[in-house]
Design a protein around this ligand. Structure first.
Ligand code: MTE
Length: 323
């Protein structure tokens, strides 16, 4: 970050880790073998603690996979996804997961306001029970040119938009992360415009690909990945996928987003993935897969053009859609 024909995703899932493999792994962790595994690996112990904590939503998972969203690559190992993170609230290094995992995610409320019929604040567990949970296999492409593929659990952002009842005049949805520098030391770095803020047009937010993540690998989402609510907009660079959301606000003004505010020439509002539009400081032509380290070609809209390209019809002339 700062400083510093048939779409590919639609091929059969033969190369993706079958659900049963990681579900079995979960069963194994819960079995009598658990003490042995924990003793053998401090990393596994930390992961298990973070993911299998007293999260009251644990009983909701695993949820059924929606087969419409499949992958062209293997699912990234859980141990990579949960230990290689961008979460600037906890520092700018990738290895902040231990601190981030301590983020208290209960009690947690979500405020829905701005241009809505009736502003409301809802408890996370009430919201989770009201939303249609499903699992989707999604790619994630960071603007830094690394990528992963994750079995996210959650619900379509459209379900939350419907729940919010925005006014017809609302054009954008702004999302904000918690603000508490007593738990997130990065928020003491005054030069960042906290709280982390992201935004979508209402048309993007109601596109079927826009997903609110609440779990991963058949369990509640670990805090380091953005528990209890995190956005996944996989056709955009990863910084759009805001973590640990506390507020959804509808507006008719383009949101002032975190990275665009810091460096608009490098991180724009649209941030759609395009291998042909380089970042000012590096190429976006290929990406490194977390886990295998393999480099593969990057695809327009990260391979999701069939779902999302029409959102941008006729906008190319006037908008910087790909940065
Ligand atoms: N959300 C918040 N609140 N803070 C952040 O620093 N980083 C973004 C995004 N969401 C970030 C965030 C970036 S740059 C990326 S690539 C992804 O989170 C990383 O998600 P991961 O750590 O689950 O891989």
């Amino acid at each position: 970050m700062l400083t510093r024909s048939k779409p590919g995703w639609a091929i059969p899932e033969a190369s993706a880790t079958p659900e049963g493999v990681y579900l079995n792994r979960r069963a194994l962790l819960k079995s009598a073998a658990l003490p042995l595994i924990l003793a053998a690996s401090p990393l596994a112990a930390g992961l298990a603690r973070a993911a299998e904590s007293s999260d009251p939503s644990a009983g909701l998972y695993p949820v059924a996979r929606n087969p419409r969203y499949s992958l062209d690559r293997a699912v990234t190992p859980e141990s990579e996804v949960t230990t290689y993170n961008n979460f600037y609230e906890f520092g700018s290094q990738k290895e902040i997961w231990r601190n981030a995992a301590k983020l208290p995610v209960r009690p947690w409320t979500v405020t829905i306001d701005g241009m809505v019929e009736k502003p409301q604040t809802v408890d996370i567990d009430t919201l989770l029970k009201a939303m249609p949970l499903e699992e989707r296999l999604y790619r994630h492409r960071c603007v830094e040119a690394w990528a992963m593929a994750v079995p996210w659990s959650g619900f379509p952002l459209k379900a939350l938009v419907d729940f919010a009842k925005p006014l017809g005049s609302a054009k954008y949805l702004t999302m904000q992360t918690f603000l508490d520098s007593s738990v997130a030391s990065g928020q003491r770095q005054f030069w960042y415009p906290w709280p982390y803020t992201e935004g979508l047009t209402v048309a993007e937010a109601t596109n079927e690909m826009a997903f609110i993540v609440t779990g991963a690998y058949g369990k509640p989402l670990p805090p380091q990945n953005g528990s209890p609510l995190r956005l996944a907009v996989p056709w955009k660079y990863g910084f759009k996928s805001i973590k640990s959301i506390v507020r959804f606000a509808f507006t008719d003004k383009k949101p002032d987003t975190f990275w665009e505010h810091l460096q608009a020439s490098e991180y724009g509002f649209w941030a759609n993935v395009n291998p042909k539009v380089p970042h000012p400081r590096w190429s976006q032509a290929t990406e490194r897969l977390l886990g295998s380290g393999e480099r593969v070609p990057t695809q327009l809209y990260n391979g999701y053009g069939e779902y999302v390209a029409t959102l941008y019809s006729g906008m190319e002339k006037n908008e910087k859609l790909f940065m």
